[in-house]
Design a protein around this ligand. Structure first.
Ligand code: SGN
Ligand code: CA
Length: 467
């Protein structure tokens, strides 16, 4: 490949944007015409999953192609080691790409946690603020007046404008929205004012047949705070009425934040069009994990249930990816780095555990492509949401989850142990994951097979079992 033929890679990632709040994914609750442009001009992945549904670890896996127990980032409190030589941006930089990141980093900052391998970086510290945020531009602190999604978009376009036009680029545009506490910008505050948003089918989930982990998680509509809801529910409502009220307050602000992301994507795509960059740029839109949008009565993520496990992933590269295609093959965030490197004609280092999905994205998955994935959430009984540690396997038709109930000394975990529990879901018959069939004798054979698959994947990943 001639250096000049190498595609640009523009990776747009938001924070907590679930696929079921994107119209390309058939959202029942909002429209995202700009994100949909990427899907219409390229591919939509229906089975893209994170290997740990929480911010910092997902971001570390994206950059290293590795599971958290290998790259050292297993929890929200862990930090990336910037000296790690296989961070994908370093490999691109070494190969002559211009590299930049703007927006949310969330892998620590200061010392070895500062971004490395980027010619330019300008990041929010920690979770960052929605209004008048501080960013660290190459380490230097500055306050930017305005709304965070618009600021990150402006900074992204500024960088594109001043880059060297004769070299390819790897650009990460990482949004803060729509992360909690869901504060919309003033341009979006009036959206959805005159109608209610449809409720998810599982808003009234009672967790019957399921784990204590599900029953004990503090991520129900009732756990939303006054700050989250921008007020308290009116007095005198019944439980059902109040839950509905909370859901509407929550989801409307969440969707208003999503709208700012969609507009940002539109501005960036327009820039590519106007500057003749659309054909030779791989544009990806994703989010660091999924999110519960009232599903199971919840907000937040962490669980291996579908809404949280699934990442939206749409990609456009007209030179290679057929427009309007849909991909049913499994890709994980560990595969992102090897995939992007492949587009640049660069080999993935053997330490990377993910595999290139370049052929998958153009609709030509190899015959031996992965049919399952290994997941692990390490933070046991965290202070925010009391989610229990667990690991599991998802295949096309089933999901097996083991809540091992220990903190194992991980940052942000409790030492208090909980009883181990298993869950099995038949995803074809029960896509909403309401019925745990682990103890149903009819599934004894499936349990056996899935446990063996879990053992294999865990061993291959170099992880240690607790069961
Ligand atoms: C904050 C939020 C949590 C959220 C984590 C992780 N609480 O702690 O609700 O789960 O971030 O989110 S808040 O009251 O501070 O908003 S993540 O996207 O960074 O993983
Ligand atoms: Ca996140």
């Amino acid at each position: 490949m001639k250096a000049s033929d190498r595609p640009n890679i523009l990776f747009i990632m938001s924070d907590d944007h679930a696929a079921h709040a994107i119209s390309a994914y058939g959202s029942r609750i909002n429209r995202t015409p700009q994100i949909d442009r990427i899907a219409e001009g390229g591919v939509r992945l229906n089975h893209c999953y994170c290997t740990n549904s929480i911010c910092t670890p997902s971001r570390a896996s994206i950059l290293t192609g590795q599971h958290g127990h290998v790259n050292g980032v297993r929890t929200l409190g862990d930090r990336i080691d910037g000296r790690n030589p296989i961070l994908m941006q370093k490999l691109f930089q070494k190969a002559g790409y211009q590299t930049a990141i703007v927006g949310k980093w969330h892998l620590g900052h200061g010392g070895n946690a500062d971004p490395t391998g980027f010619d330019y970086w300008n990041i929010l510290p920690g979770q960052g603020l929605y209004h008048n945020p501080v960013l660290y531009e190459m380490g230097e602190e500055k306050t930017y007046p305005g709304y965070v999604s618009e600021i990150i978009t402006d900074l992204t376009l500024d960088w594109l404008e001043r880059r060297e036009a004769d070299r390819p680029f790897l650009l990460f545009c990482h949004h803060k929205a729509p992360h909690r506490p869901w504060q919309p910008g003033e341009n979006y505050a009036g959206l959805y004012a005159d109608h209610d948003i449809p409720m998810p089918e599982t808003l009234w989930d009672d967790y019957a047949t399921r784990s204590e982990a599900a029953r004990e998680a503090k991520m129900r509509m009732e756990d939303l705070t006054e700050t989250d809801l921008k007020g308290l529910p009116p007095e005198g409502l019944s439980f059902e009425e109040e839950r509905r009220w909370r859901y509407q307050r929550y989801i409307k602000d969440y969707l208003r934040c999503c709208a700012s992301i969609d507009d940002s994507v539109g501005r960036i795509l327009d820039y590519l069009d106007a500057h003749g960059l659309a054909d030779n740029t791989l544009v990806v839109y994703t989010s660091d994990q999924g999110f519960f949008l009232g599903d199971h009565g919840w907000f937040d993520k962490r669980f291996m249930y579908e809404q949280s496990l699934r990442m939206p992933f749409v990609a456009r590269y007209p030179n290679e990816i057929p427009a309007g295609s849909v991909c049913e093959d499994i890709l994980t965030n560990n595969d992102f780095a090897p995939t992007f490197l492949d587009y640049a004609g660069l080999p993935a280092p053997p330490e990377m555990q993910g595999v290139s999905g370049r052929a998958v994205l153009r609709g030509e998955a190899p015959a031996d492509w992965q049919q399952s994935l290994y997941y692990r959430y390490w933070m046991h009984k965290d202070i925010d949401h009391n989610a229990y540690s667990h690991y599991g396997v998802r295949t096309r038709n089933y999901k097996l989850i083991y809540y091992y109930g220990k903190g194992l000394g991980c940052t942000g975990s409790s030492d208090e142990e909980t009883d181990p529990e298993w869950e099995l879901f038949d995803l074809e018959k029960d896509p909403l994951e309401l019925k745990n069939v682990y103890s149903d004798p009819a599934y004894a054979e499936v349990v056996k097979e899935l446990t063996a698959e879990l053992d294999n994947l865990q061993r291959e990943a170099g992880d240690v079992p607790e069961h």
